[in-house]
Design a binder for this molecule. Structure first.
Ligand code: G3I
Length: 370
């Protein structure tokens, strides 16, 4: 109770000093009672920063470790697991009444050297992967409510096809010839380790109707028909101005209609949809500042995506990939030419995107979608 009060005071101080006005209600207050989760990716090193922790606790009811549960962090040596970073996040979430999404058990990136260069046979690799999934999911059994079991298994360059990875065919866990069977195996292992956890397939650039989302749809439908334990699909939602024309930036109706149709078809399969990694990267100057007009367009994109999610009762979470422009993967991954992608600026002041998102959340689900 004490820490909650302190978090509120610190949060108010950070907000009020920055903008001169108190927030009307936080994002997590705006979704209270709606069943919608409002989350963000977090980095444990920042939890000791008062304004970061206060804003996080005040605004969100869900967190997801941005990197802390990836293989290179959690499984740094063949026989050693390190849960220290993940535990910090889960402890923070517990203290502040937040849910935790786990990210990610199977990916082709951020894997440790020992794994990538180990020259394991398929049989050995299957054993390593099963042990990894069961150990990590088992460690957080009952504390992490949902997992991105497999992340980005479909290829950008060959739409609709599975990506060639250490897990599928380099050398793979022995199921490469059977399409998505290697993914199925991962879901079954995760389910054995925590039968209560919701298990998600998470993907980039599959938010709208396209070849990649068609392939994922076919996989999920097949899994559901055969009783493979899959509960949801995560649409990452990394949006960048370079991907969009000015017209699309100004009026995202076409994309949002396609997003909505995509959410509709997936939820009709009986799975939940989570927006898992939303950010809207803008061109920035040398100081990291975006143009005011772009910030307004960005706000509208946040509003429209949130409204699209809210219009489907099976879309149950909206999560941003970080919350302050002070810490975001966009800068270092774009040579600092893009940024300003999140809801709060580098001084934890709410941006137009924050206000737009909050208003969309306050409107809630349309009556037919409730
Ligand atoms: O591990 C080193 C560490 O030893 C070193 O001290 C540090 C210094 O910069 O770098 C560390 O590695 C960085 C790692 O994050 C951990 O912080 C990498 O350079 C950096 O490239 C890596 O970036 C992460 C990226 O995934 C890797 O692909 C981002 O933080 C993270 O936001 C991003 O997240 C992904 C999702 O998991 C999946 N979907 C796409 C999304 C954005 O790329």
């Amino acid at each position: 109770m004490k820490s909650r009060a302190l978090a509120f005071l610190l949060g108010c101080a950070a907000f009020c000093l920055g903008s001169g006005t108190a927030p009307e209600q936080s994002l997590r207050e705006a979704v209270r009672g709606s069943g919608l989760l409002i989350g963000t990716a977090v980095r444990p090193a920042q939890l000791s920063e008062a304004a970061y922790a206060a804003t996080l606790a005040r605004e969100f009811n869900m967190v997801e470790p941005e990197d802390a549960l990836k293989w290179e962090v959690v499984h740094p040596e063949p026989l050693r697991f390190d849960f220290s970073q993940g535990d910090q996040i889960v402890d923070f979430a517990t203290r502040h009444g937040m849910k935790v999404r786990g990210h990610t058990l199977v990916w082709h990136r951020q894997n440790p050297k020992w794994l990538m260069e180990g020259k394991y046979t398929s049989g050995e690799l299957a054993g390593i992967l099963e042990k990894h999934i069961k150990t990590v999911v088992g460690h957080y059994r009952g504390r992490i409510f949902a997992w991105d079991v497999v992340n980005e298994a479909f290829d950008e360059l060959h739409p609709g096809e599975l990506r060639s990875t250490i897990w599928r065919d380099q050398p793979g866990i022995g199921l490469a010839a059977n399409g998505t069977s290697y993914i199925e195996r991962c879901f079954r292992w995760a389910h054995e380790a925590d039968p209560q956890a919701l298990l998600f397939y998470n993907e980039a650039e599959a938010e709208t109707m396209n070849a990649k989302s068609d392939a994922i749809y076919a996989m999920v439908r097949d899994f559901r028909e055969r009783g493979v334990p899959i509960d949801g699909v995560g649409f990452q939602m990394h949006i960048s101005q370079t991907q969009l024309s000015q017209t699309q930036m100004a009026n995202l109706h076409a994309d949002v209609a396609s997003l909505s149709a995509n959410i509709k078809r997936f939820t009709a399969l009986g799975v939940q949809v989570h927006i898992t990694e939303m950010d809207v990267a803008l061109p920035v100057d040398a100081e990291g500042n975006a143009r005011p007009e772009d910030l307004e367009l960005q706000a509208d994109i946040y509003r429209q995506i949130a409204s699209a999610c809210l219009s489907h009762s099976g879309c149950t979470a909206i999560q941003t990939w970080g919350f302050t422009d002070k810490y975001s993967w966009i800068g270092s991954h774009s040579k600092q030419t893009q940024g300003a992608a999140l809801l709060f600026d580098r001084n934890y002041r709410a941006k137009p995107a924050y206000d737009a998102l909050r208003k969309a959340l306050e409107l809630g689900r349309p009556v037919a979608g409730r």
